[in-house]
Design a protein around this ligand. Structure first.
Ligand code: HEM
Length: 347
């Protein structure tokens, strides 16, 4: 190789390694412990530890479920024609208004978590929008089988309360639900992916169920059991079924995606992670900073016997309601031990 060529090659290599170093260079955080891809991420390590210790007790419990739910009640509150700031945290700043809406306060059931989360806004000098999506991601990371959710920082303070009637309710028809989500930018497949969150759900304020009645037989594990049990004609003793979930599980527009998640838990996890990122960014600027590295890696789903999706108790294929004519209902084994469920709230 001539000297000129060698010089040219080494200067290209130097430029490349300089650019690579810039891409991978990390900031040493002032806590003396952590490094981060962007200085804006540094402050979130301490917020994470505080939430884990003082809100979630590092468990996949009630406050995690409520925090995950709050991401929906805040983020979906955006309409190109009716207004609302989307994922801006307005449900905290304008709690006096938004908690009077039927979907949120009273039998809506998100007021407790708004109350619990509000002090963290001033304690850490963060915006309520950032806090809601950060808490949702950190909390969900305590649940075995959950995907690691992304977190972006930099949302501004909300400027106004969202209008009423933007958060879907359990008595809504499929037409109404899909139209509401479409108005906020979500496809029918994305609605079903979002509802994987109900794998971790229980009642809080519903008058029809006891406080803490779970939506499926594995409310502390993020798995596809919710998609199985909502298709059954019967419910396990102690389980609550939302009318909206039952309808979406059977509707021609959504039942095949619903059913596909039963034996594709990895697909369910990645679809859920992707749509949760989208929910967290509704009506937000495109220059938010990716601080996903602060979110812990969730524990793996349990493995071994009883870990794959199953028919609970004595249920069989004959208890499955017909829906999704395009594909057969997956072949599942029976888990005879699952005959009744204890309420989970208070854990
Ligand atoms: C069609 C849309 C939806 C409807 C109608 C709906 C409705 C409900 C209702 C009625 C409850 C029980 C409330 C109570 O008893 O206090 C609930 C719980 C829950 N929802 Fe949804 N939801 C929807 C979508 C979502 C989405 C998109 C998410 C998250 C991304 C979500 C996450 C949760 C969670 C985690 C719980 C459990 C809360 C707890 O255990 O305290 N939901 N939902």
């Amino acid at each position: 190789m001539s000297f000129i060529k060698l010089l040219a090659f080494s200067s290209v290599a130097a430029t490349f390694s300089g650019a690579y170093a810039a891409l991978t260079r990390r900031v040493a955080c002032s806590d003396g412990v952590n490094t981060a891809s962007d200085e804006a991420c540094c402050s979130w390590f301490a917020v994470r530890d505080d939430l884990q210790e003082n809100l979630f007790s590092s468990e996949c419990g009630q406050e995690v479920r409520e925090s995950l739910r709050l991401t929906f009640h805040d983020g979906i509150a955006f309409s190109p024609t009716l207004g609302g700031g989307g994922a801006d945290g307005s449900i905290i700043t304008f709690a006096d208004t938004e908690l009077t809406y039927a979907a949120n306060g009273g039998s809506g059931g998100v007021e407790d978590i708004v109350d619990l989360m509000t002090p963290f806004v001033s304690k850490w000098n963060v915006t309520p929008g950032d806090l809601i999506y950060f808490a949702g991601a950190v909390g969900t990371s305590n649940c075995p089988g959950a995907p690691r959710l992304q977190f972006f920082t930099g949302r501004a303070n909300p400027v106004a309360a969202a209008p009423d009637n933007l958060v879907s309710q359990p008595g809504d028809s499929v037409d109404t639900i899909l139209a509401r989500f479409a108005d906020a930018g979500f496809s029918s497949d994305e609605v079903i992916a979002l509802l994987a969150s109900h794998s971790l759900a229980a009642t809080d304020a519903l008058t029809s169920g006891a406080i803490g009645d779970p939506f499926d037989s594995t409310p502390r594990v993020f798995d596809s059991q919710f998609f199985v049990e909502t298709r059954l004609t019967n419910a396990v003793d102690g389980e609550v079924r939302l009318p909206s979930d039952g309808l979406l599980a059977r509707d021609d527009r959504t039942s095949c995606t619903w059913q596909s998640f039963i034996d594709d838990q990895d697909g369910m996890r990645s679809a859920f992670a992707a749509v949760m990122t989208k929910l967290s960014l509704v009506n937000q600027p495109s220059d938010l900073i990716d601080c996903s590295e602060v979110i812990p890696e969730p524990p793996a789903a349990p493995s071994g016997s009883g870990a794959a999706p199953y028919f609970p108790g004595t249920s069989t294929l004959s208890d499955v309601d017909a829906a999704c004519t395009a594909t057969a209902f997956p072949t599942l084994t029976q888990n005879a031990a699952v005959t009744s469920l204890a309420p989970v709230n208070g854990d």
